[in-house]
Design a protein around this ligand. Structure first.
Ligand code: EPZ
Length: 428
């Protein structure tokens, strides 16, 4: 197993290309199940989760071919052609789903296209129990018959799905995506209330429209879908990764440097920009990216609560907490989306951070400096928060179990080393 070694204390300066968003790419790939035509996705990041989704879709009968790098000078993104001329299999097996929860996103498209799907229940994960009950209830409202047996969801729609009115009792990104993909081929109109407004949901909706779907209200909390008989292929570029953008913004801030984050957009991370701005970080939006710097003075502690978009993203909470650990004064971080997303706290404390967790909130008292230590990654965003801590710490930090990072950060050590970080990957 690989580990990442970092000698901290070097300000980062330079340019980092931002990759396509993993959490947009995964549902977009699943959308290929909805058509016989070819869905050509560009700006796809090269990540373990993308390979897992390609593997699953391959098992279901989707033909996938790499079509080179992105045209028009994209940020190293790849182009994949996905063609589901025939669905040969409708089961997403436990072995694949347990590796990647987003596998559950094949449920809606399979039901819509062929009227049946058998998908392993994902089970809990490091950050919470993460049930899929809301996905299933919503699909039932479109006429799906669903049974749970032997750890699998068995879903049938023998007469096809029918449009309906779905109101989610809480905001769910994956639930909104699954029901949206089901509704585009259902008979009649579907209204999705309290829909997730995350940019990745809008990216999926825009791609579905490019494939011939009829969707109104994209980017709002009410999506109106008029079902169509069939969708066609399309060429679509995945939006930039807002969480990768935010993570590297914290890297610039925590090392007292300046980074140009190329290929990303400020509108995707306004809540992050607002909060980091209050902490003392400067953002300037330029033609094809964002310049982030913290060159004048220390950082200040500020409070934060995670919320669905457009609120502060839970996927940036761990990185923000690392920044607060070395800021002046105290700050409070409250996590409202997942019940167990403070796994990075004990590891940060081993590096000298002063953090106390009380239920869903953590009080962070800023310390002058962190010290390097061997630490263990527990999930994707916790891993990157430890990398950020290592960049700021005095001495050497060794982050173990970096396979978590490889699920969501493309060429992380190469991007950071290119801006002056002393970072390398080594075999454990
Ligand atoms: C997506 O997960 C992201 N994953 C997560 O990114 C992200 O943290 C999360 O949205 C919130 O923004 C992908 O897009 C692949 P939810 P998802 O359904 O869709 C509860 C990362 O690090 N819930 O919006 O699974 C759930 O337990 C990851 O890249 C139910 O109770 O998240 C959670 O508390 C991790 N029942 C809350 O809703 C359900 O049926 C929000 O989850 C569905 C969700």
């Amino acid at each position: 197993m690989d580990q990442i070694r970092i000698i901290g204390g070097k300000p980062l300066n330079g340019e980092i290309p931002i990759s396509g968003a993993k959490n947009a790419a995964l549902p977009l790939m699943a959308a290929s199940l909805l058509t016989e035509g070819t869905l050509s996705l560009s700006n796809l990041p090269h990540l373990a989760d993308i390979s897992s989704m390609a593997h699953l879709l391959g098992e279901l009968g989707v033909e996938i071919s790499m079509n080179g790098a992105a045209p028009s000078g994209g940020n190293m993104g790849r182009v994949l052609d996905l063609t589901a001329s025939r669905i040969s299999e409708t089961t997403a097996p436990y072995d694949l789903v347990r590796k990647m929860r987003a596998s559950v996103l094949v449920l809606g498209p399979l039901l819509a296209r062929v009227g049946e799907a058998r998908v392993s229940l994902p089970g809990g994960c490091a950050i919470g129990t993460r049930p899929v009950d809301l996905h299933l209830k919503a699909l039932e409202q479109l006429g799906a018959e669903i049974e749970l047996a032997e750890g699998y969801v068995n879903a049938q729609a023998p007469k096809g799905l029918k449009g309906g009115h779905v109101v989610f009792p809480m905001v769910t990104v994956g639930g909104t995506e699954n029901i949206l993909m089901a509704a585009v081929l259902a008979d009649g109109e579907t209204v999705i209330g309290n829909a997730a407004r995350e940019p990745e949901v809008a990216d999926l909706a825009n791609c579905l429209v490019a494939m011939g779907a009829k969707i109104e209200g994209i980017g709002t909390d009410t999506l109106k879908v008029e079902g169509v008989d069939a969708l066609g292929g399309a060429d679509y570029a995945v939006l930039p990764d807002r969480i990768e953008t935010g993570s590297y913004a914290v890297a610039a801030a925590i090392t007292g440097g300046e980074l140009y984050l190329k290929g990303t957009r400020a509108e995707l991370i306004e809540s992050v920009i607002e909060l980091l701005g209050r902490a003392g970080v400067t953002f300037v939006e330029e033609t094809d990216g964002i310049r982030v710097s913290r060159t004048n003075g220390p950082l200040k502690g500020v409070d934060l609560m995670t919320e669905p978009f457009p609120g502060f993203p839970t996927d940036m909470q761990a990185q923000f907490m690392t920044l607060m650990a070395v800021s002046e004064g105290a700050s409070m971080v409250t996590e409202t989306i997942f019940e167990n997303r403070f796994m990075h706290v004990p590891e940060l404390c081993r590096m000298g951070a002063d953090i106390n967790v009380h239920g869903a909130s953590a009080i962070i008292r800023g310390v002058g400096a962190l010290s390097g230590a061997p630490v263990m990654a527990t999930d994707l965003r916790a891993s990157v928060s430890l990398i950020l801590a290592g960049l700021a710490a005095q001495g050497e930090t060794v982050v173990n179990r970096v396979y978590h990072l490889d699920r969501g950060y493309e060429r992380l050590e190469e991007k950071l080393a290119g801006c002056g970080a002393a970072i390398e990957r080594a075999a454990e």
